[in-house]
Write a protein that binds this ligand. Structure first.
Ligand code: PMP
Length: 439
């Protein structure tokens, strides 16, 4: 294993001040996290001086990699004028116009600070618009930590209920029992199940919350008939469709819903649109977004936020997104296709029981023989979890940060040589780990 002395020292200090040693449950450890000194494009350097190709990119946020010069320069110039105000700035309009211009379903926008907050306000907007309390969502899909959005996510197979009637397991102890009554769980790509379960709760449903390609569901695209059934049933009963594109907006110039033919009433997004700074956004039709309009009295839904639309995130986001031209997205698609093909070729060459999913700049390697269909299917057995951990560890020892069981992603800072490095590392992992293979 690579030296980790300084990280171990910091982790010990961290344990003095943070439960569990760091301030995010999602930080990868095994057993010590690598503390970062600095990022350099596609790479980061840890406090022990080790250099890693970064396939995490802060959970898919950094579409240009680390320290992207145009964003750093624009932010450095901006900082001299101040970082946040109780007044609006031109920068919020600039970023909003860019996003509205690109994303077909978005006519108006509100900015918030995180993806969690964006999903929360999208759900609250759907409730305010329809006057109904409940939501439907996909089993296992991660949407941040608003209670309703996280019901039916996690748990263990014994808590999920039967495949025909998945249960809205409250995510954590003490969650009010009413949350489970207010969430209907659908299985991804289960067309008939979706029709049946939406119809059964239709008069109480404000929205269907849909991540077009849930990372925890295996990073599998939606089937066109599933998309059509969800949209058609929702429209029939006056239920809004809310797309969570916090992660998947990076799938194309016009986002993920448009890539998969979904026409949502609202989207929640975040991550790449902040250029590496905290951000979230809710966007949608003028009609639905009017719930935020308080100009003729009290808004149906008030949304503020001390740091919402702060100029730093707005400027960083605009500069970063402006550089994501259609050509830049096309290049990421090519890199992603090349990588997935090289990984698949390695699997075939080694006759290994692995499979690769993902599209555009996103990918996942599953220690499974066939592509998972949904969250239940993607959920790793203990043997598969051990293989994923071994793979992540192998990659890290070879200088590549590969997220363990989550979406891995490319950035515009990556080159063909980086793609080769990922594919070669995987090939060597397969060659080195035959004893871990499962029949
Ligand atoms: N929705 C999805 C699909 C996400 O991937 C995430 C973050 N991984 C969130 C919501 C929450 O975003 P944030 O971490 O910015 O609160």
């Amino acid at each position: 294993a690579l030296p980790n002395v300084q990280s171990e020292r910091l982790f010990a200090r961290g344990h003095g001040v943070f439960p569990d040693g760091t301030t995010r449950a999602t930080i990868e450890r095994d057993p010590t996290p690598r503390y970062v000194q600095r990022g350099e494009g596609a790479y980061l350097v840890d406090v022990d001086g080790q250099r890693f190709l970064d396939l995490n990119n802060n959970f898919t946020t950094l579409i240009h990699g680390h320290g992207y010069a145009p964003v750093m320069d624009a932010v450095a110039r901006l900082l001299r004028d101040g970082t946040c105000f109780s007044n609006p700035t031109v920068h919020e309009i600039d970023l909003a116009e860019l996003l509205i211009d690109r994303i077909p379903s978005v006519e108006q926008i509100r900015f918030v600070n995180t993806g969690t907050e964006a999903v929360m306000f999208a759900i609250k907007a759907a409730r305010a618009f329809t006057g109904r309390p409940c939501i439907a969502k996909i089993e296992g899909a991660y949407h941040g930590s608003y209670d309703w959005a996280e019901a039916g996510q996690g748990g263990t197979p014994s808590t999920w209920g039967s495949p025909d009637a998945p249960v809205a397991v409250p995510a954590y102890a003490g969650t009010p029992g009413s949350v489970a009554d207010e969430v209907v769980i659908l299985r991804f790509n289960d067309t008939e199940g979706a029709r049946r379960r939406i119809a059964a709760a239709a008069d109480r449903l404000a929205c269907i919350l849909l991540d077009p390609m849930p990372s925890r569901g295996g990073l599998i695209p939606p089937n066109p008939d599933f998309v059509a059934a969800v949209i058609e049933t929702a429209r029939h009963y006056g239920i809004l469709v809310v797309c969570d594109e916090v992660l998947n907006l990076r799938q194309s110039y016009r986002g993920a819903s448009s890539r998969y033919g979904i026409e949502p009433d609202l989207i929640a997004t975040g991550k790449i649109i902040g250029g590496g700074f905290p951000i979230g956004a809710i966007g949608g039709s003028r009609d639905v977004m009017s719930v935020f309009d308080g100009s003729t009295g009290r808004a149906k839904l008030a949304q503020g936020g001390t740091f919402s639309a702060n100029p730093v995130s707005m400027v960083a986001g605009r500069v970063s997104m402006a550089a994501m031209t259609e050509a830049a997205f096309a290049r990421l698609d090519v890199l992603g296709d090349r990588l997935r093909a090289a990984l698949t070729a390695a699997i075939e060459r080694r006759q290994a029981h692995y499979v690769v999913s993902g599209t555009a700049s996103l990918f996942r390697i599953h220690p499974k023989q066939t592509l998972p269909r949904d969250y239940r299917d993607a959920y790793p057995s203990s043997d598969e979890a051990a293989l994923m951990k071994a793979m992540t560890r192998f990659f890290r020892n070879e200088g590549v940060i590969l997220p363990d069981g989550a979406a891995a992603c490319l950035s515009t800072a990556m080159t063909d040589a980086d793609i080769d490095k990922i594919a070669n590392t995987f090939d060597r992992f397969l060659a080195a780990a035959p004893v871990l293979e499962k029949e």
